[in-house]
Design a protein around this ligand. Structure first.
Ligand code: ATP
Ligand code: MG
Length: 425
């Protein structure tokens, strides 16, 4: 026998036994998007490498070490998308969606990052995200946060997540702050790790984003960007907080929250949980007013967020009883050649009039007994039995698999009526 090939490390199959939770989360997200009148957009999975270098920033974890980059057959450098924002901006610009218009968009799909695989951190993972354009906030910022808070309630994890917010101000206010930060970090140079030393030169704000526990104290005592905002940014942030208060949305102001990407300004936020161990951020977002221009468009205000679906699946699996899917309502047992010939026309007719009911028809034969076993294992509530006798009588036998009631034989009309009465959903 030849060797069985394995999937790429960090890229997982999502198996039927787990799919119900995935579908529940995805369906809930679609409903949420409909509630807020957002439109779906689908972008390619592969883009030019340059798109991510120009948007996410050269001195970021993603671009420095996490991208799946390769030359295609023409020698063009391509990258499997590590996130959706840059792709969405590119798509909007290319298709003229930003020309004198506002946009409220959402997407879901796989993202790729070459990270060390561990629980909650994979090389292919799923994100659901929103990007909005042409609204300068903070009203739209509030809408996004309220929408996410509603989503947590929809999927039943509202008590296990908390919101952290911060303001990065305008790039002008960041510039003044940067020199203060550099001065402070330079004083503590001996305690910084290699990454941070490098960032001190190239992108000092990024030092605040370090996950190295040894740097926690230095970061906590660093001068705070929030204390050095220009008046306008300060007003903006106050207004945002006041609106969240009115909505009764709890938040923590985390002054070292800077996010790992270069394009943010003003509002940044993360939703975190303590239930997943180290990979605790389940949703992250912020305002990126400069990105559209940076990618060649006209200056356009923008704010968005993305959620990591694997982490949400873990949370929902931990907090909600497992959601069962792929359970047929009816298992159809077929014994004998004649039954085989009559079963499909009958069941197709049932599917015509009862399109919402899940019916599994036994294929590939088997004795009555073995088919009964399969029916039971499938989780179906009823078995419909088609054997020689039923064919001769032009009827079907209905057996309740979960309750001890007598089985009955029914004509096609009786059967359809029976289904109507017993499967109301
Ligand atoms: P982290 O700090 O966990 O590395 P990040 O700041 O790199 O996250 P973003 O780029 O903001 O993450 O992506 C948004 C969300 O996508 C994260 O909050 C997380 O839930 C999820 N996510 C990011 N990277 C991964 C990954 N490698 N595997 C699974 N989920 C991920
Ligand atoms: Mg990361």
């Amino acid at each position: 026998m030849s060797k069985i090939l394995q999937a790429i490390r960090g890229m997982n199959d999502i198996l039927p036994e787990n799919i119900a939770t995935w579908q529940f989360i995805e369906t809930s997200f679609r409903k949420l998007m409909n509630q807020y009148a957002y439109a779906e957009i689908r972008m390619p999975i592969v883009e030019k490498t340059e798109l991510f270098k120009r948007s996410i920033g050269e001195v970021t974890d993603i671009v420095e070490k996490e991208m799946y980059t390769f030359d295609d057959r023409n020698g063009d450098s391509l990258t499997l998308r590590p996130e959706g924002t840059a792709c969405c901006v590119r798509a909007c610009l290319q298709n003229g969606l930003l020309y004198n218009q506002q946009q409220r968009l959402w997407y879901m799909g796989p993202m790729f990052r070459h990270e060390r695989p561990q629980k909650g951190r994979y090389r292919q993972f799923q994100q659901m995200g929103v990007e909005t354009f042409g609204m300068s906030g903070p009203d739209i910022d509030v809408e996004l946060i309220a929408m996410i808070a509603r989503f947590w309630r929809m999927i039943g994890i509202e008590n296990d997540v908390r919101l952290e917010i911060n303001s990065l101000g305008t790039s002008a206010s960041r510039k003044a702050y940067k020199s203060l930060l550099v001065e402070y970090l330079t004083q503590h140079k001996d305690k910084l790790d290699d990454d941070s030393l490098r960032r001190l030169e190239t992108n000092p704000l990024r030092v605040l984003d370090s996950k190295n526990p040894a740097l926690k104290e230095i970061i906590a005592n660093a001068p705070k960007l929030l204390d050095h905002l220009d008046i306008e940014s300060e007003q903006y942030f106050k207004n945002l907080c006041a609106q969240l208060d009115t909505l009764n949305i709890q938040y923590i102001i985390n002054t070292s929250l800077v996010r790992g990407l270069d394009y943010y300004s003003q509002t940044v936020f993360e939703w975190v949980t303590d239930t997943l161990g180290a990979q605790g951020t389940v949703c992250a977002g912020g305002r990126y007013d400069g990105l559209v221009e940076q990618l060649g468009g006209k200056a356009t205000t923008a704010i968005g967020f993305a959620m990591g679906v694997e982490r949400l699946v873990s949370m929902v699996e931990q907090s909600v009883n497992t959601i069962r899917a792929n359970t047929p309502a009816i298992y159809v047992i077929v014994v004998g050649e004649k039954a085989q010939q009559t079963v499909f026309p009958l069941i197709e007719a049932v599917r015509d009039v009862q399109p919402a009911i899940s019916i599994l028809v036994n294929c590939d034969g088997g004795s009555f007994k073995s088919q009964m076993k399969r029916a039971d294992k499938s989780g179906a509530a009823y078995a419909f039995i088609m054997g020689e006798d039923e064919v001769a009588e032009n009827k079907v036998c209905i057996k309740n698999l979960r309750e001890n009631v007598a089985q009955q034989k029914m004509t096609k009309e009786e059967l359809i009526k029976f289904i109507e009465e017993n499967f109301k959903n």
